[in-house]
Design a protein around this ligand. Structure first.
Ligand code: SF4
Length: 354
């Protein structure tokens, strides 16, 4: 089994429209409690068998003592906490990082956790980027942060988050990233999960015809066009007929044996993928580590499908296809799973998210 633990140490200055972990303003953890909690987590992780990764979630640079948190985490669980397994890049909006007086010391602390660079997400021009992030400082922060990080010799990666805005503003995006010729670029199709935030994001989600406008414009910035157009081709209209034989149990069996947990700022431990909670297991500060470990060991993987739905209670795919017709949109999703989640959600099929 593979295990991923995401620890939410703080909130975010943004409330991004595509955010599947429900990021936004939230309290920062107390450093003293954090150290106690991670010391206990260390004993739990040693009892699990398999590959284990611990990540720090939300916008970590909003935490006033993030440097101490990173050093303490490296000290207490060195085998499990490292950015090497996450391609070495820490995602950030740049808003806090670029404004911190201790930003140089912060770079030293993240390097100790094998961070080799930072990933900055772009959604469109200034107006559209700030609309998606719901923070009027965020676009300028990306630029200032990218300049500063490059000046410090750090690697940066631009994560271009696909939406109608990103496509409409492509020329401006292209000019923006041209100022950073050494930066990596990647294109991300936002997930669909049955949450209020992602239901609202549908107004911005790119459709098949929007994506056609990117044809011939991606390869010259180092992004493989075929990846995007593969997704487009496997999208709703094209895939409907293929889905007739779709079996949830079979699909679940094809997924990786990978279990996800989230630890909140109050140190409550939840079973659930993508920052979504489906079961509370207990509290890291107050509950016995052996009991928590035992609960974790007995839980099945929650990579997809069963991470959000009781798969035994899902309507047969034939009835889903019948009920969602006629299709009025041709949204682009990152997988056929996300596409079907959006249909199930549109049919008000109950999910298991707390
Ligand atoms: S996408 Fe990231 S920065 Fe934006 S709200 Fe979510 S966790 Fe915070």
């Amino acid at each position: 089994m593979k295990y991923t633990f995401e620890i939410s140490v703080s909130g975010c200055e943004t409330e991004c429209a595509h955010c599947y972990v429900g990021g936004g303003r939230a309290a920062a953890v107390s450093f003293g409690d954090y150290v106690k909690a991670i010391a206990k987590l260390s004993g739990i992780l040693d009892k699990l068998e398999g590959e284990i990764h611990v990540t720090l979630g939300n916008e970590i640079f909003t935490h006033p003592r993030i440097s101490d948190i990173i050093y303490a985490t490296r000290e207490l669980i060195p085998d499990y906490y490292s950015y090497r397994g996450l391609s070495g890049f820490i995602p950030t909006t740049g808003i806090s990082l670029v404004n911190r007086k201790d930003r140089r010391e912060l770079l030293e602390s993240v390097k100790r956790a094998d961070c080799s660079g930072f990933m900055l997400t772009l959604h469109g021009d200034r107006e559209h980027h700030n609309t998606i992030t719901q923070n009027k400082l965020s676009f300028d922060a990306v630029k200032a942060c990218a300049k500063w990080l490059c000046g410090e010799g750090l690697d940066i990666k631009f994560n271009l988050m696909l939406s109608k805005f990103l496509i409409a503003d492509w020329q401006k995006i292209h000019e923006f990233i041209a100022d950073f010729p050494g930066a990596e670029k990647k294109l991300t199709i936002p997930l669909y999960l049955p949450t209020d935030r992602l239901r609202k994001f549908q107004r911005y989600r790119a459709e098949y015809d929007d994506c056609a406008r990117l044809s011939g414009k991606l390869e010259n910035i180092g992004i493989k066009e075929e990846n995007l157009f593969d997704n487009c081709e496997r999208n709703i209209y094209a895939k409907v007929n293929d889905c007739v034989c779709f079996d949830y149990a079979e699909e679940e069996n094809k997924l990786p044996e990978w279990t996800f947990f989230n630890i909140t700022q109050a140190f409550d431990v939840f079973y659930g993928n993508a920052g979504l909670h489906t079961r509370r297991l207990g509290n890291l500060l107050y509950d016995a580590p052996d009991e928590l470990a035992q609960k974790m060991i007995t839980l099945p993987a929650n990579y997809d499908w069963s991470a959000y739905y009781d798969t035994d209670k899902l309507p047969p795919i034939e009835s889903v296809l019948r009920d969602i017709k006629p299709l009025n949109t041709n949204f682009v999703y990152s997988s056929i799973h996300d596409c079907i989640y959006s249909w199930l959600d549109g049919m008000n099929v109950p999910n298991i998210i707390l």
